[in-house]
Design a protein around this ligand. Sequence first.
Ligand SMILES: *Cc1c(COP(=O)(O)O)cnc(C)c1O
Length: 384
Amino acid sequence: MRSIAKKIIPVLDLKKQIAPIRDELDSAIKKVIDNTDFILGSEVCELEKDVQKYCSVKHAVGVSNGTDAIKLALVALGVGEGEGVICPAFTYYATAGAIAGMGAVPVFVDIDPLTYNISIQSIKEVLKKKRNFKIKAIIPVHLYGQCADMEKILELAKKYNLKVIEDTAQAFGAEYKNKKAGTIGDCGTVSFFPGKNIGAFGDAGMVLTNTSDVYHKLMILRNQGNEERYYHTMLGYNHRLDTLQAAILRVKLKHLDCWNKKRQENAAYFNEKLKGLGIRTPYLAEYSTHIYHQYVLNLERSGSNVKLMEYLKEKGVDARVYYPVPLHLQKCFKYLGYKKGDFPESERASVQTLAIPVYPDLTKKELDYIVSSLRAVVVSLRVG
Ligand SMILES: *Cc1c(COP(=O)(O)O)cnc(C)c1O
């Protein structure tokens, strides 16, 4: 064990992921260089077709990143300046950043304490409140790789006439009742940031939709509002997916299910080995699969997550807190007028949860090392 103890087990090791598929990747990259179709080249269209097939969705539009994917979906679905968009207070910044970036108003709601996904009860409460702007859409986030409770969300969306954008940045490949995440709402937005379960060699993203007029708008919006070259029918953006990234992602997509399966096996191993330690392992909702973008423990004691993280770092295990400050308490969203105590479950999650490495290439030895480190430090945390 000594040799591993000195070595950091990182939160993700892309070198290990890339090595076995390096030849495939090199030749895909070479092909793009030979073709020189760097902007919206054939590989972009081919990746979109591959994703349509993989997700059983009518349309897929390659875009620059997961944040721009959300921005484009908001515009394509007709969300305008000053209009409200509901999203969880506990998610990565980009969900709310994209809303605010388009001039819309993030309307935060709390999370469910078990799944860490958007709370249906909290959505209901927020929708009943009177306010001086209209709420037009809702963005559930499939956090850590498990789907939000989409049926209940769609019911509320129908009742209140809201568009639904699934933030699928962390859950590409997960399934809600046999449907792929991101194909259930009006749009699904995907991030291929290098650290996601399937990542490009830079920024990349995608928008999924089953509605053809939304698809046509997305195609125009991502490419400078061009309906036909030099004829700009909408105020568009330069939010295109690079051909090079698309070629890399086509190679990786073939391996995604296998990688996600490995993550599930690692998670199952942790679930078994961490029993009886008094820490809460991830909750599995009956309506969704979980692809463990993150494997998140809950210490159920305030501030214990940072302490445990520091102990684990000393042992050489790179654990992380996702996310230490909920969005309603971030400085940049101060203008929205929220205060501490507004979303108790989001606030609790931020001081109680900790992600440990779960990536597919972890060896049995490394898994066991993580488990034994956790056991040792949890005991010393109790004593201390
Ligand atoms: C990563 C992420 C995004 C943003 O994706 P980028 O490709 O980095 O722009 C959005 N939402 C969530 C929940 C994410 O995890």
